[in-house]
Design a protein around this ligand. Sequence first.
Ligand code: ADP
Length: 240
Amino acid sequence: VAEVVEPKALPRLREGLKFEAVDFSYGDEPVLRGLEVDLPKGTKLGVVGESGAGKSTLVSLLLRFYDPTEGRITLDGVDIREASIESLRGQMALVSQEIVIFNQSVADNIACGKLDATREEIIAAAKAANAHEFIEGLPEGYDTRLGEQGTRLSGGQQQRVAIARALANDPAIVWGDELTGNLDSTNSAEIMELLTRLNKEQHQTFVIVTHSEEVGALADRIVRMNDGVIVDDGSRGDDY
Ligand code: ADP
């Protein structure tokens, strides 16, 4: 997608995010149809649906890898097509189940969310992500090398490093795509508790995409998708 000639620099999210009557298709088949999602700032939204329902497509549109074929997506009422891509993507963080850990120190692995992060900022992000304690316990603390030639972290520890990385950039919106998918139930519960706390303390807006009802139940509100449409939106309390 291209930017408009004079893109607006979006300020940090103040009110909320909306999908307004969004239709989308990658080709001939419609993938999203008439999608309406109203997400006031600070909400922890669960998006639940089977594989192929269109959940990942939502984030592709929000990040403007594609534009809707009909309808629009707004941040504080501004159509994201009017915004600069930098100011749009700069306030979002994506955390998925596919975690990339680089062959670098823990500190560098966290700082790649914000290249000029100071050690204090890195530690603050790690604390917020419940990672500080286990990092301090590693042989060389924050300087411990990770990855193939370094220390191997457990799945839950890797996910907390990935969350610290996302938080280092102080995002307004955190989009978690099946982020507990590879974790056992104990680690999964811990990550969900962590998100609940972050959402309370930092008023970040969370979207938790999942096929797990258990994970979805921890959200403030659940939107259920099936085959490109919303079949239930907890804010409306009805089926339609
Ligand atoms: P979910 O995240 O709920 O599993 P997706 O958004 O990934 O669903 O996919 C929704 C539909 O769009 C599926 O039918 C999928 O095959 C199709 N799809 C997803 N990505 C692409 C793509 N890049 N090109 C063509 N079709 C796609």
